[in-house]
Design a protein around this ligand. Structure first.
Ligand SMILES: [Zn+2]
Length: 313
């Protein structure tokens, strides 16, 4: 690992780009320790707003938590802009409380940072916040949006996490927080944007067994799913007043339910075999090029959800 750290220092000194590329590739692909059989997998997911992680990976998080693994969601902004009638500190307080309740409902940690909503920029200061979070969590897996998205806060969250990857092992950066000994696996949430290239599903996880839990989690974000988002779509009057009825409504609306895309089916079948045909709800992730590249054995350790199936010839 000492060698890897030297590579990191070399990288930031700006010497030979070619040499860096070669050493960087060696670092990304080298064999590194993965969580032992009895060690929990440690996952940290980033979102721009206090509901983004929940939409992209709420089911995955519930599955990990149920198996005793450690999950933390981090919202890089405090959500203090996205509402039609509530604003500022009052809204930030509400959003933080909703996020913490959402985390409590599935048994994970949830932190909301105090950067302003709608004003997130990929600054060095926020990149250092991200590096600190990943290091403090001792993450094996890091999840973030892709840096191409309709919302600038989402885009910059993707960029900030991308820029933190690899730097998490460089000791002289963010020296107040011990570096990781190896680069985690970095994943992107799924999305439907196609430029400059579409999302590629590398890991698809059935969430049918935790779908209700995911809805429970989303239901905690009252000011988002029952107020702000329906208002932006001109559908506020559709939201039932009764808490049980509105939760049922939430479970049936595209606001909360990301459709299992036809192109995910092949990857799902590879992992679940014949069982994949019955899967209704799933979450998909792309393995980024900037983190460690896990082999098949490590994928099975990091995503301990897939049934033992006979591989197709
Ligand atoms: Zn968002």
């Amino acid at each position: 690992m000492l060698k890897s750290r030297n590579v990191g220092l070399h990288a930031i000194s700006g010497h030979s780009v070619l040499r860096l590329a070669c050493l960087g590739a060696a670092l990304l692909f080298s064999a590194v320790p993965t969580p032992a059989q009895n060690q929990p997998v440690r996952i940290i997911a980033f979102g721009a707003h206090p509901d983004d992680c929940d939409l992209g990976a709420g089911g995955l998080a519930a599955k990990y938590a149920a198996l005793g693994h450690k999950v933390k969601f981090v919202s890089l902004t405090n959500g203090d802009a996205g509402h039609q009638s509530k604003h500022g500190e009052e809204l930030a307080r509400l959003r933080r409380a909703e996020a913490q309740e959402a985390g409590r409902r599935i048994g994970i940690e949830y932190e909301v940072l105090d950067n302003h909503d709608g004003k997130l920029l990929p600054t060095l200061e926020v990149r250092e916040q991200v590096i600190r979070e990943i290091r403090q969590w001792k993450a094996d897996v890091v999840i973030a949006p892709r840096p191409n998205d309709y919302h600038p806060d989402h885009r910059y969250t993707g960029m900030l996490v991308q820029d933190a990857s690899y730097m998490v092992i460089v000791p002289s950066l963010v020296a107040d927080t011990p570096p990781l000994t190896h680069n985690p696996v970095f994943l992107y949430y799924s999305d439907r944007f196609t430029r400059p290239q579409p999302f590629r599903a590398d890991i698809v996880v059935s969430i049918d067994d935790v779908f209700e839990k995911k809805i429970e989690m989303l239901d905690a974000h009252v000011s988002q799913f029952y107020e702000w988002l329906p208002w932006t779509m001109g559908r506020l009057q559709e939201v039932p007043k009764d808490p049980l009825e509105r939760k049922k409504w939430l479970a049936s609306t595209p606001l909360a339910v990301r459709k299992l895309q036809p192109e995910w089916r092949e990857v799902l079948e590879k992992r679940y075999g014949a069982q994949s045909a019955g899967v209704r709800h799933a979450e998909a992730f792309e393995i980024t090029e900037y983190g460690r590249q896990p082999g098949e054995e490590e994928i099975r350790k990091l995503f301990p959800f897939f049934p033992e199936i006979t591989p197709r010839p």
